[in-house]
Ligand binder design. Sequence first.
Ligand code: ADP
Ligand code: MG
Length: 391
Amino acid sequence: MTAIDDARALFRTLTGTEPAGAWSAPGRANLIGEHTDYNDGFVLPFAIPHRTYAAAAPRGDGRIRVASTFAEEPVEVALDELDRLFPSAGAPAVPEWAAYPLGVAWALLSRIDGSGVSGIDLAIASEVPVGAGLSSSAAIEGATATALDAVWGLEADPVALALAGRRAENEAVGAPTGIMDQMASMLGVADAVTFLDCRTLEARSIPTGFADAGLEVLVIDTRVSHAHSTGGYRERRASCERGAAALGVAALRDLSVADLPRAQALLDPVDFRRVRHVVTEDQRVLDTVAALTDQGPRAIGGLLVASHVSMRDDFEISTPELDLAVETALAQGAVGARMTGGGFGGAAIALLDRSLVAPVSDAVHAAFAAAGHAAPHVFTVTPSAGPRRDV
Ligand code: ADP
Ligand code: MG
């Protein structure tokens, strides 16, 4: 069974009836531009083929019930209770997974006069690996937002749905993440990356040219799970905020590489390295867009590698597994490779010739085994389309 069948079967088990439809949204990988989103900067992600599905139908009693194949029990609340549940103070008042779809409902209702909307049942199933840095969170938010938008007849634009997803993640779940993941999922286009200015939310699709150049993107999921809502991610954000304040700018986006000597003089060494990552990463995103447009995808390898080195040494969010994945792919002749996503685990991507998919995959498995790491999941992803109605 595929995830869409799982979602529909779960809906039938939940309600004893057929869903009115099923909607889905993809996970994402980030080609380049890491930890730049919450610094108002630039990112270059793409939607992946792996999707989260939401089978849904309206119900008459003004209540919302969510179920997921990941969870034992469905969670049900009255729509007019959502305002009491969210924003969460500390841990969400519902099981954490349910705060994603219920938070999306809350965020969407807060934009409108919700008195006319029906109750709804939602059954969710996903093929996006969780905690792998491929944004299963944006996929569940996007699938929920797309289903609610259709069932409630909201006709919200994709950016509004992305913003509802982020609000759910920030205020209902309590994970302080930026807008990249939701925008990447909602704006996905086949064979293209989304060049997003996270300050203005202006987005442009940039064709990758990967297929024409005979290139594939290999994902190496280290299966070391990260946890966004804790520790390291918050510390990195705090360093960035201190850096921007010390340099007198609204966000690190407002600095350029030329400002780095001044930053070094003002900041403690750790905060300075965090700032240097973000400022140079913004520049690398711009350089990657220019290289893709002017020279083609083989010209971006050095930028991907420089991004990884910056995350490893300056932002300090890589892991031994991610470093090994990147080093092994490069040693086998990949055009470029880097960890992708928030770090502290998750996945790396490698851009490589189609003929290298099998050898790099084998080499990575062998290197992980030799180092005593758990076996990684290795698979290719093609930049893919955003949300859709499936049935
Ligand atoms: P990532 O987005 O990198 O996969 P996150 O920690 O941001 O990792 O989001 C993962 C969390 O999202 C899960 O722990 C779970 O709470 C929620 N989630 C994702 N997909 C589903 C799903 N299909 N059903 C229920 N919850 C999900
Ligand atoms: Mg996430």
